[in-house]
Design a protein around this ligand. Structure first.
Ligand code: SF4
Length: 766
C-alpha cells in the first residue's frame, strides 16, 4: 500500500554525517529506488510503471536527458529515474480540500521537500487578488483570467513565457508559436541556467550548440574526460556507458573539485559483479581541480600538445579549422608559471600524467555539465575544451567529440523547437512562411533579465510551463519580491512547489498530465485517439514517449491542450493557426514542425521507427562547420579564473543525491555520507581548522561582492570534506540567496553558481 505524505515538515534540519562512499549504485540503489517507489505508488503500480520507463513502447524518464541504448534493458532506469517517476506516478493527491485546509501563507512556510511530497495536483486552482486560499476554477474561467490579463497589457513584451525542460516537443513548439503570435520573444527557459554557456561556445566554434557524440561513440573512445559533472547522481545510466567503454579499453580522466563516488567505482546492479562483487573502477586519473580552474587546465594541456612533436592533427587543422596560428601563438606565449598552475589547484606531475594519457589517445571525448557552465568565464572555458579537441582532430569521427550532458529530459528538444529568447532569423522566417504571421524580431528576455523586468515592473504577467522558477533561480529574496510584483503568475504543473506560493497579485495553478500518463484526445467527431509526444535527448536522438497510466485526475489537461486552448482564447479569430486541430491530433503538430525545424523532415514517419532518429549534426556527420568562418574556430583568449581574497573560500552550489534540480526526493546525500539534513557546507578540513571551525560546528555563509554588498545564508553544519583546498560546496536552492542576479557568465548570462566568494562566520556561538 502506498504511504501517506509526511504530515509535518521535518522540524529540525539535523544532518548526521559519516565518511563519503567510494562506489556508487549497487544493491543500495536498487533497494532505495524500490522503497521510495513503493512509498509513493504501492507495489503493483511500482512494477507496472518502472518496467515501462525508457522502453520503446513506453514513456521517457522525466529525469535527465541521458539517451537510451538501441536495445533497452528490461529495467532501463536508474535510482534517480525511479524517484522521478515515482514522484509523478504517486498515488498522493493535492485536491481542492488540501488548499481549503492550507492557506498560501501556511504553505509558504513549508519546505520544498514537504510541498513536493503532498502529491499530484488534481484541479485548476485560482488565487484571487487579496485572497489567502486557492479555490477551484473551471478551465474556461482560467483561460479567461489569463486572457484578460494578457490582452490588458500595453505591450506583449510585458509578458514572460518560461519553460522548464520537461515540456514535450509538441507542447514546446505550440508554446513558442503562441508567444510569438501574441507578439513576444520573452521565452526564457531552464537552459539559460544550465547549458547556455555550452550553447554559446559551441555555436561560435563548431556552428551548432549541441553535443557531437552518440552513445555508440562513447563505446569507441579510448579516452573519456568527465569534467565538472557528477554522473553518479545526475546522469546515473551514464555509468553503464562508462563501464562499457572501460571494457572496450578506454581510459577515464575525471576533473572535479569533489571526489565523487560515481566516478570512482560503479557497481552495476544489472551484473552479478555489480550486485555482489566489487563493481568496476572507472576513473584512471582524478584531477581535483580548483573551482573555475578548468580553462587553465585545458590551456596547460593544449600547450603541452602544441609543444609535442607530431601531436597535432595537421591535416584536420589545415582542412577544417580557422584561427590556429593565432591560438597557438597565444597559448605558447602564455605564462605556464606558478600562477596558472595555482589556478588549477593541481601539480605539474598531475597535469603531466594527464598529458601522457591525452597524447596516447586517438579518440577523445570530453563530457561536461554545470561544473564548467556556471562560472563567469564558462564560455571561454568551453571554447578552450573545443581548442583541445580540434588540435588532435577529435571532432567528426567515431569515438571523439564534445558531450555536454543535459540535465532535464527535453531541455535540448525545447530549444530545438524554438524556445529561445534569441531565435535565429532563419527560424522566424520559416515560422512566418508556415503560419502566415510576422513573428517579433527583437530579442526577448532570458531568465535573469526576466527577473529584472518583473522586479522593475516592466513585466506584469509570468507564465511557466512546468518547473519551479523561484527555487531554481538566483538571488532568492530579489526573485521572490519580483514575482510578488506581477499582476498574474500562472504555473502549468504536475506537483506542488514553492513557485505556487510565491505569487503575483493573482495566481493560477493549471494541473497537467505527466509523462507517465495516457493522453487520450476526443475529436470533434467524438472519436478518441491516444496521443504520444516526442523528446530529444542529450545526444540529439528524437524518440516517442507514450504514457501508460491512467491520469491522476479527470480534470487534467495535457500541456499541448492547455497551450492550444489558451492561444485560441487570447488570440481569438485573428489567428489562422489551427489550434483546435493541434489540441486533438499531435501528428498534425509534427507535420508543421517538419516544415519549420531543420532535421525534422518526414517527422511522423521517422519517429515511428523503434528508438526514433538522430538529428543531423554537420560537424559530426561531415566535418562541416556552419560557423561565421565556415570552419571550426580556434579561440585565442586569455586564461581566466576566479580571484579569491585572502581568508575567503570559493563556494559551488550543487545537488544532493536525493535531489533532481529543485525537486527534493529526500533529505540525504548517501554517497557524500550526509543523512537527514540539507543545511550543510562541505569544507576542506584544513580550511575549516584555519577558521576555527570543527566538524559539526555551525556557520553562516556570507557572500561578498565587489559593490560592497553581502548576502547571508544562516545556520549550516560544517562538514570536514575532502574537497579541493579553498573550495566549499553546499546545496541549492538553500544557497541561491547568496548569488546576486548580476553574478552571471559572460556572453551566456548563466548564473555563475559554481564560483561564489564567501566567508564562514561561526554561528550558534560555536
Ligand atoms: S539516467 Fe537520467 S534519464 Fe536515465 S533513468 Fe536515470 S534519471 Fe532517468
Amino acid at each position: 500500500m502506498a504511504g501517506k505524505p509526511p504530515a509535518s515538515d521535518p522540524v529540525q534540519d539535523a544532518p548526521e554525517v559519516s565518511a563519503p562512499q567510494h562506489s556508487a549504485v549497487g544493491l543500495p540503489a536498487l533497494t532505495h529506488a524500490l522503497r521510495i517507489s513503493q512509498q509513493q505508488m504501492g507495489v503493483r503500480r511500482t512494477a507496472l510503471t518502472l518496467l515501462r520507463v525508457n522502453q520503446q513502447d513506453g514513456f521517457d524518464c522525466p529525469g535527465c536527458a541521458w539517451p537510451e541504448p538501441d536495445k533497452p534493458h528490461t529495467a532501463e532506469f536508474c535510482e534517480n529515474g525511479a524517484k522521478a517517476v515515482a514522484e509523478e506516478a504517486t498515488l498522493r493527491r493535492v485536491t481542492p480540500d488540501f488548499f481549503a485546509a492550507h492557506s498560501v501563507a501556511d504553505l509558504a512556510d513549508r519546505s520544498g521537500y514537504w510541498l513536493g511530497q503532498q502529491g499530484r495536483l488534481t484541479h485548476p486552482m485560482y488565487l484571487a487578488e487579496g485572497a489567502d486560499h486557492y479555490v477551484p476554477v473551471s478551465w474556461e474561467r482560467a483561460f479567461d483570467l489569463v486572457g484578460e490579463e494578457l490582452t490588458a497589457l500595453d505591450s506583449p513584451d510585458e509578458a514572460v513565457f518560461y519553460t522548464s525542460g520537461r515540456t514535450s516537443n509538441e507542447a514546446a513548439f505550440l508554446y513558442q508559436l503562441f508567444a510569438r503570435e501574441f507578439g513576444t520573444n520573452n521565452l526564457p527557459d531552464c537552459s539559460n541556467m544550465c547549458h547556455e554557456s555550452s550553447g554559446s561556445a559551441l555555436t561560435e566554434t563548431l556552428g551548432i550548440g549541441k553535443g557531437s557524440v552518440l552513445l555508440e561513440d562513447l563505446y569507441q573512445a579510448d579516452l573519456i574526460i568527465v569534467a565538472g559533472q557528477n554522473p553518479g547522481t545526475n546522469h546515473p545510466r551514464m555509468l553503464t556507458a562508462l563501464e562499457k567503454a572501460k571494457a572496450g579499453g578506454a581510459k577515464i580522466i575525471s576533473i572535479n573539485p569533489l571526489p565523487e563516488a560515481g566516478l570512482e567505482r560503479f557497481k552495476n546492479p544489472q551484473t552479478p559483479r555489480g550486485l555482489a562483487g566489487g563493481g568496476t573502477a572507472l576513473t584512471d586519473l582524478f584531477l581535483q581541480v580548483r573551482l573555475g580552474g578548468d580553462q587553465a587546465l585545458f590551456r596547460a594541456l593544449n600547450r603541452l600538445i602544441l609543444n609535442t612533436d607530431g601531436a597535432l592533427d595537421e591535416d584536420f587543422i589545415r582542412a577544417h579549422t580557422h584561427g590556429f596560428e593565432e591560438f597557438a601563438q597565444a597559448a605558447r606565449a602564455d605564462d605556464d608559471g606558478d600562477e596558472t598552475l595555482a589556478a588549477t589547484g593541481l601539480t605539474r606531475e598531475e597535469i603531466g600524467r594527464a598529458g601522457e594519457m591525452v597524447l596516447a589517445s586517438r579518440r577523445t571525448i570530453v563530457c561536461w555539465a554545470m561544473g564548467l557552465t556556471q562560472h563567469k568565464h564558462s564560455v571561454p572555458t568551453i571554447r578552450e575544451v573545443v581548442n583541445f579537441l580540434l588540435l588532435r582532430g577529435n571532432i567528426g569521427r567515431p569515438g571523439a567529440g564534445v558531450c555536454p550532458v543535459r540535465g532535464h529530459s527535453n531541455v535540448q528538444g525545447d530549444r530545438t523547437m524554438g524556445i529561445f529568447e534569441r531565435p535565429a532569423p532563419a527560424f522566424l522566417d520559416a515560422l512566418e512562411r508556415e503560419f502566415g504571421f510576422a513573428p517579433p524580431r527583437e530579442h526577448g528576455l532570458d531568465v535573469v533579465r526576466a527577473i529584472r523586468a518583473l522586479r522593475d515592473g516592466q513585466a506584469k504577467v509570468f507564465f511557466a510551463m512546468g518547473g519551479n522558477f523561484v527555487s531554481a533561480t538566483p538571488d532568492t529574496d530579489v526573485t521572490e519580491a519580483a514575482m510578488r510584483r506581477a499582476r498574474l503568475t500562472v504555473h502549468v504543473s504536475t506537483k506542488l512547489n514553492r513557485s505556487h506560493v510565491i505569487t503575483g497579485a493573482r495566481a493560477l495553478i493549471l494541473p497537467t498530465l505527466g509523462r507517465t500518463e495516457r493522453d487520450v484526445r476526443r475529436g470533434p467527431d467524438g472519436k478518441s485517439a491516444e496521443q504520444f509526444v516526442t523528446v530529444e535527448d542529450s545526444m540529439g536522438m528524437v524518440h516517442a514517449s507514450r504514457g501508460r497510466l491512467e491520469p491522476a485526475s479527470s480534470h487534467l489537461l495535457s500541456e499541448t491542450a492547455i497551450v492550444a486552448r489558451l492561444a485560441r482564447r487570447v488570440l481569438g479569430e485573428r489567428s489562422r493557426t489551427p489550434w483546435e486541430e493541434f489540441a486533438q491530433d499531435y501528428a498534425a503538430i509534427r507535420d508543421r514542425i517538419a516544415q519549420v525545424v531543420p532535421g525534422f523532415e518526414d517527422f511522423n514517419t521517422k519517429v515511428a521507427r523503434p528508438g526514433g532518429f538522430a538529428l543531423p549534426h554537420a560537424p559530426r556527420d561531415s566535418r562541416s562547420f556552419p560557423t561565421a568562418t565556415g570552419k571550426a574556430n580556434f579561440t585565442a583568449a586569455p586564461v581566466e579564473y576566479p580571484a579569491v581574497p585572502e581568508g575567503r573560500l570559493l563556494l559551488q552550489t550543487l545537488r544532493s543525491h536525493d535531489q533532481y534540480n529543485t525537486t527534493i526526493y529526500g533529505l540525504s546525500d548517501r554517497y557524500r555520507g550526509i543523512k537527514n539534513g540539507r543545511r550543510v557546507v562541505l569544507v576542506h578540513p584544513d580550511d575549516a581548522r584555519e577558521r576555527g571551525l570543527a566538524d559539526g560546528a555551525y556557520a553562516d555563509l556570507v557572500s561578498e561582492w565587489t559593490d560592497g554588498s553581502e548576502r547571508r545564508a544562516a545556520g549550516f553544519r560544517v562538514v570536514h570534506y575532502p574537497t579541493a583546498r579553498g573550495c566549499a560546496a553546499a546545496y541549492y536552492p538553500e544557497t541561491n540567496v547568496l548569488i546576486p542576479l548580476d553574478h552571471t557568465a559572460d556572453t551566456s548570462n548563466t548564473p555563475a553558481a559554481k564560483s561564489v566568494v564567501i566567508r564562514l562566520e561561526s554561528a550558534r556561538g560555536d
